[in-house]
Design a protein around this ligand. Structure first.
Ligand code: NDP
Length: 250
């Protein structure tokens, strides 16, 4: 943990998969908006430590925790530790995600289950853990990170697209459940964003996807974070159950 101040000074955001890529950009963006940040990662200690320092530099307290989002108990412990050390979670952003891209005929059962367990069960675990305290306070905002694959499908990504379509349906359903308790739930659906996850793609594939967008380019993590920050904030006070593409006009 880093940073000064006492619990309750600043609103708190919880970010799953916060150490790299889109989650990292969200953590930095919300720190700039005045949030303390509790983020989890799965294995990359170095990336987590770097982010902690950057958050500290922005005046935000940072809690970095190694949590596998597939493990419900670890997620519950993380949320409890966050509320104990930092105060109530005002915003949760679920960015932890993986790909195991393969045509269905080549897909191992483990490719299917790892992606569904991480991407979809992971979102369930985080939301399940934060929603009860949010309901008690009658306040909260959740932003899930889905994907255009979950809206349109994508060859080679049956597992990933199914997980992301699941996140979209989950988010819309949860929005309907908790709206009257003062909680909003929205999803962003990014297109191809320049992160470690997309760096494994062939340059040719990246160029083809970029050419299929109206803007003619791939996106930056900060461009997704900006939209997530908007949806998380009171500026989006009448927005819930929405799925906002951040895809350059794919
Ligand atoms: P990155 O690979 O850059 O970062 C993934 C992050 O998730 C890391 O912090 C990683 O931690 C964490 N993570 C992975 N698995 C787990 C786990 N089981 N438990 C906890 N944390 C975990 O990915 P992106 O930033 O690109 O992707 C973020 C989200 O955005 C994902 O949900 C992805 O599906 C979605 N998305 C990405 C797009 C893109 O083009 N990049 C497009 C559309 C959606 P660690 O480093 O420790 O492993």
């Amino acid at each position: 943990m880093s940073g000064g101040g006492k619990a309750g000074d600043r609103p708190v955001v919880l970010v799953s998969g916060g150490s790299r890529g889109i989650g990292r950009a969200v953590a930095l963006r919300l720190a700039q908006d005045g949030y303390d940040v509790s983020f989890c990662f799965r294995g990359d200690e170095q990336a987590a430590a770097t982010l902690e320092k950057e958050l500290d530099g922005l005046g935000a307290r940072a809690l970095a925790r190694r949590v596998d989002v597939t493990d419900a108990q670890s997620v519950r412990d993380w949320v409890e530790a966050t509320e104990r050390d930092f105060g109530p979670v005002a915003v949760a952003v679920t960015s932890a995600g993986i790909t195991r891209d393969k045509p269905l005929l080549m897909m191992a059962d483990s490719d299917w289950h790892e992606v569904l367990d991480t991407n979809l069960d992971g979102v369930y675990h985080v939301c399940r853990a934060v929603v009860f305290p949010m309901m008690k306070r009658r306040a909260g905002s959740i932003v899930t990170v889905a994907s255009v694959s979950g809206l349109y499908g994508n060859a080679g990504q049956t597992n990933y697209a199914a997980s992301k379509a699941g996140i979209i349906a989950f988010s819309r359903s949860l929005a309907k459940e908790v709206g009257r308790r003062g909680i909003r739930v929205n999803a962003v659906a990014p297109g191809l964003i320049d992160t470690d996850m997309s760096a494994v793609l062939d340059e040719q594939v990246r160029t083809q996807v970029a050419e299929r967008t109206a803007l003619g380019r791939t996106g930056l993590p900060a461009e997704v974070a900006e939209v997530a920050a908007f949806l998380a904030s009171d500026r989006a006070s009448y927005v819930t159950g929405a799925v906002l593409p951040v895809d350059g006009g794919l």
